[in-house]
Every structure is written in structure tokens, then in C-alpha cells.
Design a protein around this ligand. Structure first.
Ligand SMILES: *Cc1c(COP(=O)(O)O)cnc(C)c1O
Length: 457
């Protein structure tokens, strides 16, 4: 691994170039490929991954883990975005993979991703998923509930295997956005509460199962977090659990997984949390706490998803229609409709996520005016950007780019209104390649069947 893998300072895809005097219009290229040509070649909407940027971000997280802890593992969170090609990249990068369904596991295995480097998550894994995971030789199953302790143990026993497991703990940190709140009880569906004693009870139950090999504990305190304090507080509480374990069982748990959730920028007003800041801060807490408790430093793992893939990707859209409306306060708002919407980016509608956009096929000298970027779905709430200043002359046929759409965009995409999910391409050094093709109408019709009724009662 290169020793100069610094996390890119650019908020969006590092190889995105934009020529124009304005900051909201110009001619866009990514890794030397013109946005307009990409859409001509591959259609619109289009997810464009800057492949070199992906590698740079993944390597820089991996590297700061190495320098802060002298090793450890990075499990890329598949749910942020996965396909066979990306799983191959992760294998090439020698990273681990965090999956939370049989489907995500199937993608990893289709890429010949080493099962031993996979971690299986989820608060309600089915028996069939657990069986598939154990049979495939998945490295670690992260157990999330008391039901699951017996379920995983029984299935491992029936397969004559000893399964390595972690327990997912809830350290009582509420770290949603820019702040974190420390709470005594944990009103969430995930994991075993430390404060209530459930965590220690789960450890005890796990230790009683001969088919389970408990090697560590895990927590994931939330997503899109910008403050290091929440991570530090969580780390401290997990080390306390490790100390309690050592006192009770006279041996040490060797692994500690502190999850993902590192925040990225979606607009130029925001900035990402840097791995070079957050990981050393967590490391110093863990080292101090372990030294105080006279514990050996556990092997640390982290699970970033968004912070690796999010900034690498830009969505390109064609503008279809525009209109202006008068608001109650007398001002005007322009609606810009693009050829996608909530089906390939549900985040604004789902939880008010904020994005930015640029006119990407020409420089405009027109005045910037209050605009709203909307999709083509039959929902008033099908809004991609609620309020943004864009050139007043944007018109049908123009190209609009929304950056930082790599995480939880395509992976949360739906077929609402029977709109096909867009293609994902990667660009590098002036070349482009489809890695997930666009769905077509036949794909949409493939599940419709015409069967005779079967007797059930
Ligand atoms: C979602 C999730 C992640 C990744 O979160 P990001 O915000 O994408 O970094 C990591 N671990 C677990 C358990 C998760 O559920």
C-alpha cells in the first residue's frame, strides 16, 4: 500500500473538473470524461464513480488505521453501495466487507471475495441467512439479540462448526448529526444495552455455547457523524466492557469493532470528518483506557461505508421541464424537473438530506435564482434539492450534476412508478465502463407471472 494515501481534501469526486466562471455552471468532466458524452453514451440518469478516488479514500482509511493501531481491519459497509465490481476492488485492496443480508453476501461471493474477511450484521437474520453464512465460512457473525445467540449456536452445532462471533452492544450514545447525546437507556432495535446489563448477560450466554467463539464486541453509534466526541465516549464504554470481561473470565477479548458513521460533505458549506483526525482521537482513548485497565490493546476494526464511496460518485441528469411559481411572499421559485428523482435518491424525501447541484454542460452568465430540483415521480415530495440558487436560463436538454451521491443512492433505489434503476459506470483516465447496467422494461416485467391457482386450504 502506498505510503502517501492521504484522504482527498476535495469534498466531492477528486477528479471532477469543472470549467466555468460561476460555481454553479460550467463544463463538467470526471477523470477526463465529459459529462455530456457520458450521458450520450450510457443514458441518463447516470451514476458516475471516480474509480481512482474510491481507491484513494479506501486506502487512506485503511492506512490511518494501520498508523494509529499498528494494524486492524477495515470492513467496508456493503449497504452503502455494493456490486460485483466494487467487491472485486475491495478484495484487491485487501479490505474486509460488512454485509447484512443474504443478497449482499451473494454479491460478495460472486466476486470471489474471501468469506473469512466478511462480517455478517443485522438485527433479524433469518435461519436461512445464518445457515448460508456459516456454510460459506463467513469470518464473523455479529450477534444482535438473545434470540440470535441460540439461533446461531444451534445452526453452527447442526453444521458441526464453531462460529466466530461478536456481540453488538449499544453504548448509550446518540450521535446522529453534529452533536452526540449520552443516554442511560437505549431505545433502538439494535444490539444489547450496556447500561441495562443486557450486554454482560449476552456475553455470559455466548460463553456457555460451545459452538460459538466470542472474540470481540462491536458498536455502531449512528451515521453521518461529524464530532469525534461520540466515538470517543463509545470507545471508552466498550473498553470498560472488555475490562469487566477480563475480571470475570480471567482472559481477554481480543477484538473491538467501533463501527462506521463518519460524516461527509454534501454541499460546499459542509466538510467531512477526516480519518486523520477521528481515528487517532479514538486510538488515544482506547490506548489510555486499556492502559488504565491493564488490558492488552485489542485488534481494532472499523466499518466506514459512506466516507469511502459517498464522495466518489456524481449523478448526471437531463433537465426535462422547468416552470416558475409565485410564492406567497411575492418571490418566485423555479422548478427544474430531471429525468429521475426519489427512485434513485430517496434520501432527501426520506430524511431531509441536502445536496448541491451544478449546470454541467455549459457556462451560464444568467442570474442565479431560487430553484427547486425535482424528479419525475407522482409525488409532491419527490424533491432532490428543496432550495438552491441555479442559473435562471437552465432549460430542457441541459445537463445537471449532483455530487456526493455514491452512498445510499443506488443502494436504496426503487422501481417506484415502474421507472428503471439507472446504470452505474466507473471512469478512470479518460475511459468509462458500465459496472451495473441500466434496468430495461423487460427487467421490470420479469416478475409478473400468470399462474393457475393452487389449493392451499
Ligand atoms: C450502516 C452501517 C455502517 C456504515 O455506516 P456509514 O455511515 O456508511 O459509515 C457500519 N456498520 C454498521 C453496523 C452499519 O449498520
Amino acid at each position: 500500500m502506498s505510503s502517501q494515501s492521504k484522504y482527498p481534501t476535495s469534498l466531492f469526486s477528486s477528479n471532477l473538473t469543472f470549467t466555468g466562471e460561476n460555481e454553479n455552471s460550467g463544463v463538467l468532466a470526471i477523470a477526463g470524461c465529459s459529462g455530456e458524452k457520458l450521458v450520450k453514451e450510457f443514458g441518463s440518469p447516470l451514476f458516475v464513480i471516480d474509480q481512482a478516488d474510491f481507491f484513494l479514500r479506501a486506502k487512506s482509511w485503511r492506512q490511518v488505521l494501520d498508523t494509529s493501531f499498528g494494524g486492524g481491519q477495515l470492513y467496508y459497509a456493503a449497504k452503502s453501495f455494493i456490486c460485483v465490481e466494487v467487491a472485486k476492488w475491495l478484495k484487491e485492496l485487501k479490505l474486509g466487507l460488512d454485509v447484512c443480508s443474504a443478497g449482499e453476501l451473494a454479491v460478495a461471493l460472486a466476486a470471489d471475495f474471501p468469506a473469512s474477511d466478511i462480517e455478517f450484521h443485522g438485527n433479524n437474520k433469518s435461519e436461512s441467512e445464518i445457515t448460508t453464512a456459516i456454510k460459506a465460512g463467513v469470518g464473523t457473525i455479529v450477534i444482535d439479540s438473545f434470540d440470535e445467540i441460540t439461533r446461531v449456536s444451534d445452526i453452527a452445532k447442526s453444521l458441526n462448526k464453531t462460529q466466530k462471533v461478536y456481540l453488538r452492544l449499544t453504548p448509550g450514545i446518540d450521535a446522529h448529526t453534529h452533536e452526540f447525546i449520552s443516554t442511560a437507556h437505549e431505545d433502538v432495535k439494535f444490539g444489547f444495552s450496556i447500561a441495562s446489563g443486557a450486554a454482560n448477560e449476552a456475553i455470559k450466554k455466548c460463553m456457555e455455547q460451545s459452538s460459538l467463539n466470542l472474540t470481540g464486541i462491536h458498536c455502531h453509534i449512528g451515521s453521518q457523524i461529524f464530532e469525534v466526541d461520540g466515538f470517543k465516549a463509545a470507545a471508552q464504554r466498550l473498553v470498560a466492557v472488555l475490562a469487566t470481561f477480563r475480571d470475570k473470565y480471567s482472559k481477554e477479548l481480543a477484538e473491538l469493532n467501533i463501527g462506521g458513521g463518519y460524516g461527509i460533505a454534501y454541499t460546499k458549506d459542509e466538510s467531512a470528518i477526516s480519518p486523520d483526525v477521528v481515528i487517532p482521537a479514538i486510538a488515544s482513548v482506547i490506548k489510555d483506557e486499556c492502559a488504565k485497565a491493564k488490558l492488552a490493546l485489542p485488534r481494532i476494526s472499523i466499518e466506514p461505508g459512506r466516507a469511502i464511496v459517498g464522495p466518489t460518485t456524481t449523478t448526471l441528469y437531463l433537465v426535462g421541464t422547468t416552470k416558475s411559481v409565485k410564492l406567497d411572499n411575492g418571490s418566485e421559485r423555479r422548478y427544474i424537473s430531471v429525468d429521475g428523482g426519489m427512485s434513485e435518491n430517496i434520501r432527501p424525501a426520506l430524511y431531509g438530506a441536502v445536496y448541491s447541484a451544478f449546470l454541467a454542460n455549459r457556462t451560464s452568465t444568467a442570474k442565479s435564482i431560487s430553484s427547486r430540483v425535482v424528479g419525475k415521480h407522482c409525488e409532491t415530495g419527490d424533491i432532490l434539492i428543496s432550495e438552491i440558487n441555479l442559473p435562471s436560463d437552465i432549460k430542457a436538454g441541459d445537463l445537471l450534476a449532483i455530487p456526493a451521491t455514491g452512498a445510499y443512492g443506488r443502494s436504496m433505489a426503487s422501481n417506484y412508478n415502474h421507472i428503471s434503476r439507472p446504470a452505474v459506470i466507473t471512469v478512470i483516465n479518460g475511459t468509462a465502463r458500465v459496472i451495473l447496467r441500466r434496468e430495461n422494461e423487460q427487467d421490470l416485467l420479469n416478475l409478473d407471472v400468470d399462474q393457475p391457482p393452487r389449493q392451499i386450504s
